[in-house]
Design a protein around this ligand. Structure first.
Ligand code: HEM
Length: 504
């Protein structure tokens, strides 16, 4: 200090300040070198953050475009809220799998905090989440998820679905409702132990409300609420969504009440019975996890399974049928393979290995559809990704869509090309960057069920029907523009399902 004073001949207070400043700069430099620097990103405004640069109606596309400018790990401000975006196969995989613990918490926007209150699986963290996820996975498996049990349920449901399609007698119709009813019946029969009639008004309401909720969950109004929670009461989307959630929960409560009243300890009809029986057992247990088996966790877990299991699977099938109508030469090849291998009998899961082209088409339709393009996590501790330091509790958006269309992984990322999943001998090949169900700690728990449903529904529909555009619309006119919500669906459309005559 004396040297500085001698050299510059300045008073001691100033010297002290300069010294502190130098030390601070040195500390920051060393700290940045040890812990890595923060991810870069566009300059942000106070309070508004990067709001003016965001396209809230097509958020994941917008975030993907920004990744091309700022790199695969960058920071964006959602109003005052910091969000780190991760794009591209290698880095998304590194975060989800290699750093699975560090990136494995859920970022829970305020609207889902208001709704779920930390219960259930999708919008929960910590020990309660862990216990509910573990219980749900093992109970769903007990009820045959991904095994013979659910195969039988799906095959039973197929008869009702094809009946609906047949009733249109080849005339154009929107298949959304039928496919939503079908996929919700699969999850309903696992949760409640029974399916519903498609024309049961109570069931129709339940499915329609779920669809509405899922659409609103990523609406601009709800995203604004995420940025500025204090605006909450003035945002219409938030209000309508909360009313929708309330309606859904009231319906589920009624279903649970009926099951509780008729519970038989010797016979578990579905997930809810298993939970109720486990809950009774836990009442006398002193184990720590016994405290998690309360009614709120049951209600929210059922709501999560129903919503996550219905819309995603139905949307994937809608994309599949649309793509078949749009690319008739691919539909020809699928139908030729199905006829040759199964001879028109009901397909079974074990047929998959003998249907490489069909399997490739199903994978490719999931790749192109990108039904869940973005997943929101948060960091459970300070972590370094690609040399960038990210603090504990930071919200992270992982772009699954950027993995499914990563140019360094896919030969023709923006075309519908089943060859992505075939070798030169026409055999099915797995691709590492095929990640529509995410990966790691938060991997979708319904993956095996969804894959089974998609395979059995898709193959049976293609055995029975030829899918074509409505009269007067050419294949190239079929609109492939996605509609963005919490999940991505095709633009509303109609198709004809012409019954096939396989005798010719
Ligand atoms: C094509 C159909 C489906 C797709 C594309 C899909 C995709 C996904 C994705 C991307 C996630 C988020 C993972 C993450 O945060 O990293 C997820 C989570 C989840 N999915 Fe699925 N899913 C499908 C079907 C299902 C079905 C049928 C069920 C019900 C059995 C289900 C239940 C869940 C649950 C409960 C979670 C939350 C997991 C957690 O937070 O720990 N999904 N799904």
């Amino acid at each position: 200090m004396a040297v500085v004073q001698e050299l510059f001949q300045i008073p001691s207070v100033v010297t002290l300040l300069v010294s502190v400043l130098v030390l601070l700069i040195l500390y920051l430099l060393i700290d940045t070198q040890i812990r890595g620097k923060e991810p870069p990103g566009p300059r942000s405004l106070p309070l508004l953050g990067n709001l003016l640069q965001l396209d809230l109606k097509r958020l994941h596309l917008n975030l993907f475009q920004l990744s091309q400018k700022y790199g695969p790990v960058y920071t964006i401000y959602f109003g005052p809220k910091k969000l780190v975006v991760v794009a591209g196969y290698k880095i998304v995989k590194e975060a989800l799998v290699n750093l699975g613990e560090e990136f494995g918490d859920r970022d829970i926007p305020p609207v889902f905090k208001d709704y779920a209150k930390g219960h259930g699986i999708v919008f929960a963290n910590g020990d309660s989440w862990k216990e509910m996820r573990r219980f749900a996975l093992s109970t769903l498996r007990d009820f045959g998820m991904g095994k013979r049990g659910s195969e039988e349920k799906i095959i039973e449901e197929i008869h009702y679905l094809t009946e609906v399609f047949e009733n249109f007698k080849g005339k154009p119709f929107d298949n959304t409702e039928a496919l939503m009813h079908t996929t919700s019946n699969i999850i309903s029969s696992i949760i409640y132990g029974d399916r519903f009639d498609y024309d049961d008004p109570h069931f129709q309401e339940m499915v329609t409300q779920t669809k509405r909720n899922v659409q609103l969950m990523a609406s601009p109004g709800v995203l604004i609420y995420d940025m500025f929670p204090w605006l909450g009461w003035w945002l219409k989307d938030r209000k309508v969504l909360m009313e929708g959630f309330k309606f859904t929960l009231t319906q589920i409560k009624q279903m649970i009440r009926k099951l509780r009243e008729t519970l038989n300890l010797e016979e578990r009809r579905g997930f809810v019975d298993s939970y109720l029986i486990h809950q009774q057992k836990m009442k006398t247990s002193r184990e720590q996890e016994s405290g998690y088996y309360h009614d709120e966790n049951l209600l929210m877990t059922v709501a999560n399974l129903f919503a996550a299991g219905t819309d995603t699977t139905a949307n994937t099938l809608r994309w599949g049928l649309l793509l078949m109508a749009k690319y008739p030469h691919i539909q020809d090849r699928v139908q030729e393979e199905l006829d040759r291998v199964t001879g028109g009998r009901q397909t079974r899961i074990e047929d998959r290995k003998n249907l490489p082209y069909t399997d490739a088409v199903i994978h490719e339709m999931q790749r192109v559809a990108q039904v869940t393009p973005l997943v929101r996590h948060s960091t459970s501790c300070d972590v370094v990704l690609q040399g960038y330091s990210i603090k504990k509790g930071t919200a992270v958006a992982l772009l699954l869509s950027s993995v499914l269309s990563d140019e360094s992984e896919w030969e023709s990322p923006s075309t519908f090309n089943p060859s992505h999943f075939l070798d030169d001998q026409g055999r099915f090949i797995k691709r590492d960057a095929f990640m529509p169900f995410s990966a790691g700690r938060r991997l979708c728990i319904g993956e095996s069920l969804a894959r089974m449903e998609i395979f059995l529904f898709f193959t049976t529909l293609l055995q029975k029907f030829r899918f074509t555009p409505p009269p007067g619309v050419s294949e190239s006119d079929l609109d492939q523009t996605p509609v963005f919500g919490f999940t991505v669906s095709p633009t509303p459309h109609t198709l004809c399902a012409q019954p096939r005559d396989r005798s010719s």
